[in-house]
Each structure stands twice: as C-alpha cells, then as structure tokens.
Design a protein around this ligand. Structure first.
Ligand SMILES: *Cc1c(COP(=O)(O)O)cnc(C)c1O
Length: 439
C-alpha cells in the first residue's frame, strides 16, 4: 500500500516510511492511496472470526506485505488484549466502552500499535544491517494528558525507540502526571512551563528543524501518525461488526478533538462496515461543527473545558476528513454535528446517572448528548456513543454521590505512590532543541 500527502499526490511513502516520518515533508498528512472495500465473504464470516483474525484482515489492507501476516497478527494480539464492551445505557442507546486498556482511554489501541510497528521495523533494520544496534527512532509527543500516558505505556521497553513527552506543567491531572513521569527507561517526561499549545508548537518546530532532523530520526506519536489513527477502526469492527445483532440503522456518536477516532470509524464505513450516520460531538471547541453548519472552516485558539482531551482549536485530522469528503454535501450525507457546554455536560452526567445508574466521563457525556439529539429524529435506529475514557480519570468533575459509585481501577492506583521524574523546561524552542541535540 502506498501513502501520499494530503497536500501533494506525488509526495508518496511506503507504510514504513509514513509511520517513521509521522508527518509528510510538505506539512501534509499521509493518507492511503485507496481505502479498500473488504469482500462480502469477510462480512459474511465476521462473527465467526476471533477479534485478532478479523483485525489482521483489516490491517493487512493498510500494511500490505511490509509486515508479514504472522508478525502482524502477533502485534495485534498484543494490541487487542482487552475488551470493548457494548453497554446498554437506556433503550437502544449503547456505550461502546473503549477504556478497558492499560491507561484507561481508547488511545491505548493506537499507541500500542504504533509502538509495536516501530519496534518491528527497528528489529528488521538491525537484522538487515551489520550494526549491532538498531537505528533508534526518537518519538516526540505533546500531550494534554491522555496521549502521553498511552504512549508511555505503549512504548515502554520497546527496542529501538526513545520517547520524549512534553506536557504543560500544572495543567494535567495528578493521576495523568503520575502516568507520564514514573516509567523511566526509554521514556522521558519534559515538564514545560507553558500550555499544551506551547508543547505542540515546540514539537512542530522540531520536525521542521534541519539540525535535529540530521541528527535524529524523529517520529510523531500524535494521531497525525497513520499507525496511531487507522487501528482505531478495529474496535468499531469488533463492536458493530462482531458483537451487535441488529438490522436497524446504526448511529455512531464520537466525542471528538483531533478527529482521529471518528476518522477511523469513517474509514471503517468506507471499508464496508455498516454505520448509517456519524454524529460529531464537540465541546465548546467546535470548529468542525461550525464547518458543517456554515461551510466555513476557521481554526481558533482552544478554550479549556471539562472534557479536556477534546480542547482542540485546530483539529489535525480535519485535513484528512476533507480530503475524503471534499464537498460539504458529501460529508453532510454521512455526518451530523453538535456541540455542548460544560454546563450541558455536567447536567447530562447527573441526568444519566440518576435515571440509569450509568456514570459517564465528561467526554462520553458529550458523546451521549450528541447521540440523543440525533436519535430524536430517527425512530427505528440503534445508537452508540464512544465512551472514550474511564470516569476514574476525572474524579474532579463528579459530585460526592457520583463518586460513591466510582470504582478506581487497581492499575490507576498503582501509579500514585511511585516517584515522579521530570525535566523542567522553559517553553523556548531553543532550550528544547539544545536538550535534544545533547541527548
Ligand atoms: C483523545 C481523546 C478524545 C478525542 O479523540 P480524537 O481522536 O482526538 O478526536 C476524546 N476523549 C478522550 C478521553 C480522549 O483521550
């Protein structure tokens, strides 16, 4: 499979090159040359396959022969070693719980797949060259919390990779910070005196810096990397293709920030998975919902909300979305969009909890609101919203009575009494560059 840049069809890359580079050299995002429709036999047989067998068939169409099928299947066995339950919250409305992985958010899937791919390529390179040491890839990642913990967990101990995580000092939750700063080994946490946008800007500058690119093999672990966002289609195949029994229309609401998760679901539809309507659910950072309503796209500075993993003013995957649906009408045929305030979110958490006993996290609650709005006009449909993080990661948002219901998972507690190690850094690119040059 060939990939090319959203900004230039002639700027192509193999799967391996696209994964290694993260971002195309012209600043565009890599997209696959085609999104293959899976054959009828695949869907006839989908319920009889194991999740890993099924996932191998799906990912093969994107990886081609660059990772042999047996190895690809091994990688996917690691990636998909937790469940993705569909929980009926109320009649015909299901939560697709994506938070049962090691760091309690859906990003575990993409982060692990990316880490295992880079590890595989590094290992192959060391076998194929005389060098004892595999060529190391330095993975840079800016995080507002969830991405960093998933990436740290996914990459920890993976041969041939060094990970540098930049996070805004004092702006991530305590449990998130512990999950970023306690690994050691090939994981380094930089505690930046600035905002998430500052961290992101430092990473972007590093990719454009000639000296750094000469010295290091830089890669990105944000969802601009195809190996992070494409495997996110797998849990939709598992939940909607393998588990769900229905002939009704399927409405899928995804609480969105950088639009990697929903784009993976849209890829799944393009591969033939039955999803009849997408709901783009945004918090106050609603540039894409505005685009749907007005046809005008205007990125803006992000504003802080309770669903902080969706506080994105310039969603990086928007470029891939309009590459797939260049006409607004085409996008509107498959998607609706709604946005919600923090007040709406809190009311929804309380309302759903009171009526059903289900405790949604602030991101899932935004997804539920979008789904409910969309279902008002669809009498005979099944609705699903992505519950993207475990509520225990957002204890601060809940009332005392809600917290009583909350069970904090063991794996989250485990991080709390470990020693935090971080390198403090100014938000200046020059200091960051100097640090990377002397590593
Ligand atoms: C990252 C994240 C999102 C947003 O996902 P995108 O792929 O960036 O749209 C939503 N919820 C949670 C909990 C997240 O960590």
């Amino acid at each position: 499979m060939k990939y090319y840049s959203t900004r230039d069809k002639n700027n192509t890359a193999s799967f391996k090159e696209a994964v290694r580079k993260g971002l195309a050299s012209d600043g565009g995002l890599f997209v696959p040359e085609t999104i293959e429709k899976l054959p009828k036999e695949f869907f006839d047989n989908i319920k009889n396959m194991s999740a890993v067998e099924m996932a191998t068939q799906v990912m093969k169409t994107f990886v081609g022969n660059e990772i042999p099928e047996a190895e690809l299947s091994d990688i996917l066995k690691d990636v998909l070693d937790f469940d993705f339950p569909l929980v009926e919250v109320e009649k015909n409305k299901f939560a697709l719980e994506l938070f049962h992985g090691p760091t309690l958010a859906f990003k575990d899937v993409g982060a692990r797949f990316l880490a295992r791919c880079l590890g595989y390529f590094a290992q192959q390179d060391s076998i194929n060259s005389d060098k004892k040491q595999a060529e190391t890839v330095t993975v840079l990642v800016a995080t507002s919390g969830d991405t960093g913990s998933a990436v740290a967990n996914g990459f920890y101990g993976v041969e041939g990779t060094e990970v540098v995580i930049l996070y805004p000092s004092g702006k991530v939750s305590k449990s998130q910070e512990q999950q970023l700063t306690t690994y050691g080994g090939n994981i380094t946490a930089l505690e930046v005196d600035g905002t998430f946008d500052d961290c992101q800007a430092m990473v972007k500058s590093a990719f454009q810096d000639g000296d750094l690119n000469k010295k290091l093999n830089l890669s990105s672990a944000n969802s601009i990397n195809i190996a992070r966002f494409i495997p996110q289609s797998l849990y939709y195949f598992i939940a909607l293709g393998q588990k769900l029994e229905t002939d009704k229309d399927i409405v899928l609401s995804v609480p969105s920030g950088n639009f990697g998760n929903i784009l993976a679901a849209i890829y799944a539809k393009n591969m033939g998975l039955k999803i009849d309507k997408f709901v783009i659910s945004n918090n106050a950072n609603n540039t894409v919902v505005d685009y749907l309503n007005t046809g005008k796209y205007e990125s803006r500075a992000s504003v802080a909300t309770l669903s902080n993993a969706m506080d994105v003013g310039a969603p990086s995957n928007f470029e891939r979305l309009i590459h797939l649906y260049p006409e607004l009408d085409g996008l509107k045929e498959i998607a609706e969009g709604y946005s919600y305030s923090d007040k709406d979110t809190l009311e929804c958490i309380e309302d759903v909890y009171k009526r059903t006993g289900y405790l949604a996290d602030p991101h899932g609650a935004v997804g539920f609101l979008g789904l409910s709005k969309s279902m008002e006009s669809k009498e005979n449909a099944i609705g699903i919203f992505a519950e993207t993080a475990h509520p225990a990661k957002f204890v601060e948002t809940f009332t005392d009575s809600q917290i009583e219901k909350l069970e904090i998972p063991e794996r989250l507690l485990k991080f709390m009494d470990q020693e935090k190690v971080s390198i403090k850094m100014d938000k200046s690119f020059n200091d960051f560059k100097a640090y990377l040059m002397q590593r």
